[in-house]
Design a protein around this ligand. Sequence first.
Ligand code: MN3
Length: 195
Amino acid sequence: MPYASLPKLDYPYDALEPHIDARTMKIHHTKHHQTYVDKLNAVMEKHPELTDRPLEQMLMKLDSFDIPDADKTAIRNHGGGHVNHSLFWQIMGPEKTVDTKLQADIEATWQSLEVFKKEFSEKAATHFGSGWMWLVRNASGSLEIRGLPNQDSPLLMGMTPVFCLDVWEHAYYLKYQNRRADYIAAWWNVLKLLP
Ligand code: MN3
């Protein structure tokens, strides 16, 4: 049994059209996400003593493991890639299933949903290079917008992921090319948690 496997999507690849196109979804899921799963499994095969641990717990305690630094980096990158994409597929959908508690928390923290979306969108549009924009809960439970590089998970920093937006070029380039801001604007339509 491999440590990790590619999760199935709850919707077909074309379900997020026209905002995210079917070809991007299929390549993103079956090629990019699968590669993170495969490379995570490859490093975990070297450490059978760790395989009874959930990935989230490993990312939270990565520094404490007595394994080579290169293997920690592989778990950070490929394990992060696996948990980040797994969450990304779940927080999107063809129909809204609004989390009213989350919406109220956002409105209490940012005054309004519009102010929050504007700040999140601007940070996502200007995030340098490959990475993700996150809504997280920090250690004291407050909501924060955080941009993280590469496939770094907020779990590495003791933060709890709420939702995330993939701003790697592979997430949007086929449809949007260099127009990352257009991809971000369209993405709010398929983030199912917020109206
Ligand atoms: Mn991606």
